[in-house]
Design a protein around this ligand. Structure first.
Ligand SMILES: [Zn+2]
Length: 280
């Protein structure tokens, strides 16, 4: 290997933040707290172990994902309630906010809308920060466990990976044929999952989630949402996934609606301002 004479100098160049977020429109968390104080619970659904559940949240409402019974990780997908083509964009959310998200940060939608779909308003694991391994919770690094990668690495047919759970749940919620629904399933927010990259090899790692029953993550719905949450077969993700070996627990999703008169003149985020002419 030829190492250039100025290798040390090249490595010493200081990094630059790719996307300075100072100009991002900031959520008005005080206003959201005011809405939340008047919001009324309108429904709940349980994502059973190794299964997924769907839910709908009106714009201006809230949804809360709570750990019940035991430590459990959830894989979350979000779509515009009336347009499945507008969906959560995990990669751009990561580029804007970093590898893990918490209170005040937002889940962004795909092109061409690229706008906030939901804002995290409460995170009872916000105290965790970053551990000595570089791990943190609620990542937008991982994609979702899926039967294709499992087949590639281990062979066999496993049908309760989050990808399949989300596919079945979306098909049931929309009436779409299974394979049409599958095309709408996308990279997730890993709710409660504790992950990072190893310092030496840069590999994606997971470790036992610090979540305990009663912990929750709550979101404000910036637009009308259809959500799907899978209770991952990895359980707390301390050992294995893509099998029925790990201890798994349900996750509770609760939906809260803000009365229209309380929302006042609040308006959801506009579509992205790019004109889409692409230089033509
Ligand atoms: Zn999973």
């Amino acid at each position: 290997m030829n190492i250039p004479d100025d290798a040390a100098a090249r490595r010493a160049v200081k990094p630059v933040i790719c996307y300075p977020v100072e100009t991002l429109p900031q959520p008005d968390l005080a206003a959201y707290a005011g809405f939340r104080a008047h919001a009324i619970k309108t429904g709940e659904v349980l994502a059973h172990p190794r299964e997924a559940a769907t839910f709908r949240v009106p714009a201006g409402g809230f949804f809360r994902i709570t750990s019940v019974e035991g430590p459990q990780v959830g894989d979350l997908n979000l779509w515009h309630a009336d347009d499945l083509s507008e969906r959560f964009y995990s990669g751009k959310t990561r580029a804007l906010h970093g590898t893990h998200v918490t209170t005040g940060q937002r889940l962004w939608s795909s092109f061409p809308t690229l706008r906030p779909m939901a804002t995290i308003t409460t995170d009872t694991l916000g105290w965790y920060g970053k551990d000595d391994f570089g791990g943190s919770v609620h990542d937008v690094i991982g994609t979702r466990c899926d039967p294709y990668t499992h087949n590639l690495l281990s062979g066999g047919q496993y049908h309760h990976c989050c990808h399949s759970n989300l596919t079945r749940a979306l098909a049931d919620a929309t009436g779409l044929p299974l394979h049409d629904a599958e095309a709408h399933v996308h990279d997730v927010l890993n709710v409660f999952m504790c992950t990072g990259f190893t310092r030496d090899t840069g590999q994606y790692f997971m470790k036992a989630s610090p979540v305990r029953p009663g912990d929750y993550l709550e979101f404000f719905a910036e637009i009308p949402l259809l959500g799907a949450l899978s209770a991952c077969p990895g359980g707390d993700c301390s050992t294995v996934h893509s099998s029925d070996q790990a201890a798994c627990y349900p996750l509770l999703v609760e939906v809260f609606e803000t009365p229209a008169d309380m929302l006042g003149d609040w308006q959801g985020p506009a579509l992205n301002g790019y004109d889409r002419s692409h230089g033509r």
